[in-house]
Design a protein around this ligand. Structure first.
Ligand SMILES: Nc1ncnc2c1ncn2[C@@H]1O[C@H](COP(=O)(O)OP(=O)(O)OP(=O)(O)O)[C@@H](O)[C@H]1O
Length: 403
């Protein structure tokens, strides 16, 4: 409600003369002006202070963002004391006393998984994140791949069956003869040639759980956790016996030591050491078999190939003409083919294609038929598909070269 003249405390007596009233009012105005000036100064000071805090906030937010962006390490909270928090880093198992903000302190407790920065300050609580194991491991109870789905790899298939399937299905044969079954199998060869398929098929055949982990993810996505995840991998396998562990792109964790001493290399080394020690303890592992795959056999550290580790090396090359014919047959099983399609001719015409290429050619050939409003796939569709896929691959390679 607005004050009326009657409500306001007048600075003069009611019986004062007009002149006296004016003078008193002028005096009051002076005082109010002075007060106003004072308030304005205070407001300016407050604004300046406010700006200072705003800048500080911006700086801290920026710093916070930077801290979160730079690679973080994973640790587990051991104990919470008044002076700080005792954490144990994953990977190197080193303990440290570190600081946390009051907000983070509220969120964590002994046993929490936390992310720490370079100076080991706790940056965030990881407990709420989806279980890393689930994100890094692909576990399939019965992968839907059969030996009949694989073309042109009879020799490789026989070797895998002998080294992985036989010890899982008839372990007594090995005990009777008195030999240890081969511990690990390493499949090596160009991309898309069926290495993963072989591992899946053998797991399916033996009713084993298929557990896949990609070496590159261990190294690039789960920094600081590689060694622990390798331990977890073998633990999960033991929980799911019989199991086939498939480590794809093993070169990412088991490549030749480089001279550089960066922490990244040290981390990769730790992951590899953990893998070696898990493999060396293989006898007690029971019904768990290991299959690893690489496209870069030349890069592998020889330590991984010592007897008792991956002692069966199986090359999985690109298919020859006969293999390509078989793979075309497999991937066109459900397709409506025109009479002019002959696998033999396709296999000869489409040289250099891998199994994965052939699968892509078949799908693309089907697409050409659909675009042409046909339900039957003709020979020309396969040729056009190969030209398209081959060109796409070349383009991708070129853009990789220029990237
Ligand atoms: N020999 C093959 N017989 C039938 N299909 C094949 C064969 N090789 C590859 N394929 C097809 O290509 C796809 C990819 O193959 P797969 O993942 O087994 O290759 P990979 O050798 O493990 O490749 P990468 O090294 O890139 O991981 C398969 O799902 C399958 O459809």
């Amino acid at each position: 409600m607005t004050d009326t003249v009657d409500d306001v405390d007048q600075p003069y007596d009611t019986d004062a003369s007009q002149q006296e009233k004016i003078e008193s009012l002028e005096e009051r105005i002076d005082i109010l002006d002075g007060q106003n000036e004072e308030m304005r100064d205070k407001l300016l000071d407050a604004n300046a202070e406010n700006n200072k805090y705003k800048q500080k906030l911006e700086r801290l937010t920026h710093e916070n963002k930077k801290l979160k962006q730079s690679p973080l390490f994973v640790a587990t909270v051991q104990e919470m004391t008044d002076d700080g928090v005792i954490i144990k880093q994953h990977g190197n198992n080193q303990e440290a006393v570190t600081e946390v903000t009051p907000e983070t302190r509220e969120e964590i407790e002994p046993g929490s998984r936390v992310a720490v920065n370079n100076s080991l300050s706790v940056v965030t609580d990881l407990s709420d994140e989806t279980d890393v194991r689930a994100r890094v491991m692909e576990v399939e109870e019965s992968p839907g791949v059969n030996y009949e789905d694989i073309g042109g790899l009879e020799e490789q298939m026989n070797e895998v069956r002998e080294t992985v399937e036989l010890p899982l299905e008839s372990p007594e044969m090995f005990t009777d003869v008195g030999i240890e079954p081969p511990s690990g199998v390493l499949l090596h060869g160009p991309p898309g040639t069926g290495k993963t398929m072989l591992a899946k098929a053998v797991a399916n055949q033996t009713d084993a759980t298929f557990i896949k982990m990609a070496g590159s993810e261990l190294v690039h996505k789960f920094i600081g956790e590689g060694a622990k995840l390798v331990r977890d991998l073998f633990e999960v396998a033991r929980e799911h016996e019989p199991a086939v562990i498939f480590i794809d792109e093993i070169d990412a964790i088991a490549s030749k030591r480089t001279d550089s001493k960066t922490s990244g290399d040290a981390e990769v080394q730790r992951t590899m050491m953990q893998l070696l020690s898990e493999m060396d303890g293989f006898e007690e592992r029971g019904e768990v078999r290991i299959i690893a795959a690489t496209n870069r056999f030349d890069m592998l550290d020889r330590a991984i190939l010592r007897p008792g580790r991956f002692d069966r090396l199986i090359e999985v090359p690109k298919p020859n003409a006969e293999g390509r014919e078989k793979i075309f047959e497999i991937h066109t099983r459900g397709m409506n083919l025109a009479d002019d399609v002959t696998f033999e001719e396709l296999a000869t015409d489409i040289a250099e294609a891998s199994g994965a290429d052939i699968k892509a050619i078949c799908t693309e050939a089907g697409m050409f038929a659909i675009r042409d409003d046909r339900t039957e796939v003709r020979m020309e569709d396969f040729h056009e598909a190969w030209t398209k896929i081959d060109t796409d691959e070349v383009d991708a390679d070129v853009s990789k070269t220029f990237a």
